[in-house]
Design a protein around this ligand. Structure first.
Ligand SMILES: NC(=O)c1ccc[n+]([C@@H]2O[C@H](COP(=O)([O-])OP(=O)(O)OC[C@H]3O[C@@H](n4cnc5c(N)ncnc54)[C@H](O)[C@@H]3O)[C@@H](O)[C@H]2O)c1
Length: 366
């Protein structure tokens, strides 16, 4: 299914749609999750993997039964017998590899954050438009039914005019070994080092909470952000890794619809392995999501329940995962969200956070 088939209509998606042949670029920790997800999708076949580390890509190929392995993306593209790629390398390689693959006419599913800055992200959007192929960024919490239900409640006016948004993403791996010891694991250490292409906690999980909050509550027009990097090791270094990337980000935000909000994220949230929290309040009610309670059900207090402060727990309708929607989009030749343009919007917010922190003042975003 080359570029031309991206023009097919949704009617052509069927049981008989040709399998999408997929290549995975980067075969570290997160690639294992991708491979498990994609191997469970009937319309998809993992045909190739590439990584700069020969041992890792070979082991990955063996583990998931992937017949073709490469240590160079150029060699993979020269071979070329696939329609779509999944980019799961460290952040610094997302832009150059995506653009290379788009120019080769491939559909691209790229890990977050989309790029290292808004300028790079815009180039990716332009390359995707020129290629005319499917492009998607992996804001993985779109896999949770609750976030789509919250967006629908806002769209349908069930909460009235929005007034207040509270959003946070809390991890604890700097103060706990629940996910292993960061001091001895390169896959955690590169996330602490700007020289290794990391934008810190803000770029790693701040992107998720920014998407999680603004998908239902709408775009941000102004923000004021505080970033903080705490001392973690002697001379703030472990081997080749200089530990200079931010650990915590706290934002005051103004939404384009006039609502105010706070959005914060940290790896120092002791006791919380991976918690996303969102509460959106409006003139007619509020919705609350707490991932430690449930990712299938949300709580709502709205309408007549408001005066008696009665919260109801509601099950959200099931949704397809990002992985399933990407493959379906490739088969149908129809665009899918969140696409590169959405990834670039979030990247713009990250740039605004860095600018605001540096200037110590609020920054307008639109
Ligand atoms: N969506 C999510 O929730 C989520 C979760 C975890 C990680 N991620 C993202 O996935 C990406 C990878 O994270 P990870 O935890 O798997 O990292 P990792 O360090 O475990 O793996 C990265 C792999 O990429 C390889 N690599 C480096 N440069 C390469 C290149 N130029 N070409 C091909 N391979 C290359 C490395 O050798 C390594 O095997 C990051 O961008 C991260 O932000 C997303």
């Amino acid at each position: 299914m080359k570029k031309s088939t991206a023009k097919k209509t949704a009617k052509s998606v069927s049981e008989r749609a040709p399998k999408v042949r997929l290549a995975i670029l980067g075969t570290g920790g997160m690639a294992n999750h991708h491979a498990s997800e994609y191997s469970a999708i009937k319309g998809c076949e993992m045909v190739a993997a590439a990584d700069v580390d020969q041992g890792r890509v070979d082991a990955f190929g063996e583990k998931f039964g992937i017949p073709n392995t490469f240590t160079s993306v150029d060699d993979l593209l020269a071979w070329g017998e696939f329609e779509a790629v999944v980019i799961v390398t460290p952040d610094a390689f997302h832009a150059p590899l995506s653009i290379k693959c788009l120019r080769a006419g491939k559909h691209v599913f790229c890990e977050k954050p989309l790029a290292l800055n808004y300028g790079e992200a815009k180039k990716m959007v332009t390359a995707a438009r020129k290629a005319g192929t499917i492009n998607m960024v992996n804001f993985s919490y779109r896999n949770w039914p609750v976030i789509h239900a919250a967006a629908k409640l806002v769209r349908d006016g069930r909460l009235g005019d929005l007034r207040h948004v509270e959003a946070s993403y809390s991890q604890t791996w700097l103060s706990s070994k629940a996910w292993g010891d960061w001091r001895t694991s390169p896959n955690w250490l590169w996330r602490l080092s700007t020289q290794h292409g990391s934008q810190g906690t803000l770029g790693d999980i701040g992107v998720h909470i920014l998407d999680f909050a603004t998908y239902p509550a709408g775009p941000i027009s102004e923000l004021f952000c505080n970033l903080k990097t705490f001392p973690k090791a002697p001379r703030n270094r472990v081997g080749p890794f200089k530990l200079d990337a931010n650990d915590s980000a706290v934002m005051n935000v103004v939404f384009a619809n006039g609502a105010l909000g706070t959005i914060h994220t940290t790896r120092w949230s002791s006791g919380h392995q991976n918690r996303l929290y969102l509460k959106i309040s409006g003139t007619k009610g509020a919705v609350e999501i707490d991932s430690e309670r449930s990712t299938d059900t949300y709580r709502i207090c709205a309408g007549r329940d408001l005066d008696i402060l009665n919260w109801r727990e509601v099950r959200a309708p099931r949704v397809r995962s990002n992985y399933q929607r990407f493959i379906r989009a490739v088969q149908a030749g129809e665009p899918v969200q969140p696409d590169f343009a959405r990834g670039a919007e979030i990247q713009k917010l990250l740039d605004a956070c860095f600018d605001s922190d540096k200037a110590r003042k609020p920054v307008r975003v639109r």
